[in-house]
Design a protein around this ligand. Structure first.
Ligand code: SF4
Length: 277
């Protein structure tokens, strides 16, 4: 976990899964892969296996250890709905999120078909929670726009789009049932450019359809230089958050223990150490 995440639209990251495989053009310069591969072969490092898929059950109960409510980006270093993650493990992640309702969780995927199927069935209990926001990545028309349709068909209470890296003009698209749109350009070496008119088109559609709009960055090779202003201002809108008090440490430890007990075989008792008991 990383508190004080450098990602503009979240407070913390939580990674009960590490590693992923590329599925579409938006993955080309995946920052998670670049970071993880730096440590391949480094003995004892969390990314000793580079960007290979790895379940991290000892991280499952981590949100119970945070003593203030957080906006939590789930699996910033992976994709929860990728093929190699068992349904039962995704369910365990969802049980933690549903129980830790004092946090707001942001789950973002490019595997929108699996998200739609699971939220319509096994994960229905999590789909309908107002403190869990379900999102898909939208980088272009061919791969990105169909994901919006999958998300709209999923019975999620809060749906969002991460339009990043925006690689072309998306044209007009349907925002019904969408509660939040984030837009950003690609950053770092080899960053593909994003044109202002593509961003303005999305912002204007959000205005018309009354969807909160968050402009993350222009990106580019030197992203700090390009900033995050659009038409002379920043856009930092969010959906409404549900708030709840954080229970005391003993209660949090009981929650963690109960979840670990119901998912024996996925997690080990060592995970309780994270809760501070
Ligand atoms: S889906 Fe996300 S985490 Fe996975 S390779 Fe693509 S950009 Fe990286």
């Amino acid at each position: 976990m990383s508190l004080n995440s450098h990602i503009e639209w979240t407070d913390a990251t939580w990674n009960p899964v590490r590693g992923c495989t590329k599925v579409s053009p938006g993955c080309k310069h995946c920052y998670a892969e670049t970071f993880a591969e730096r440590f391949r072969g480094v003995k004892g490092h969390p990314y000793e296996q580079g960007f290979d898929l790895k379940l991290v059950p000892e991280k499952l109960t981590e949100p119970f250890s945070w003593r203030s409510p957080k906006l939590v980006f789930v699996n910033s270093m992976s994709d929860l709905f990728q093929e190699g993650v068992p349904d039962r493990y995704i369910e365990a992640v969802c049980r933690v999120m549903v129980t830790a309702k004092w946090h707001t969780f942001q789950v973002l995927t490019k595997r929108s078909a699996r998200l739609r199927e699971l939220l319509s069935g096994r994960l229905r209990f999590a789909a309908e929670q107002g403190h869990i926001w379900w999102g898909v990545s939208v980088e272009d028309r061919k791969y990105g726009l169909p994901r919006i349709g999958d998300l709209q068909q999923a019975p999620a209470r809060v749906r969002f789009l991460s339009v990043e890296p925006l690689l072309e003009d998306l044209g007009a698209f349907d925002l019904s049932g969408i509660s939040w749109v984030i837009v950003g350009g690609e950053s770092g070496p080899g960053a593909r450019p994003m044109r202002p008119e593509w961003v303005i088109s999305i912002r204007d559609q959000c205005r018309v359809q009354r969807v909160p709009f968050f402009f993350k960055q222009w990106g580019g090779v030197r992203k700090a230089k390009n900033g995050r202003e659009l038409d002379g201002r920043t856009y930092d809108e969010y959906p409404r958050r549900v708030t709840a008090p954080v229970p005391d440490r003993v209660r949090c430890a009981e929650f963690a223990e109960s979840i670990l007990n119901s998912f024996r075989g996925l997690a080990n008792p060592g995970a309780l150490v994270q809760v501070g008991v």
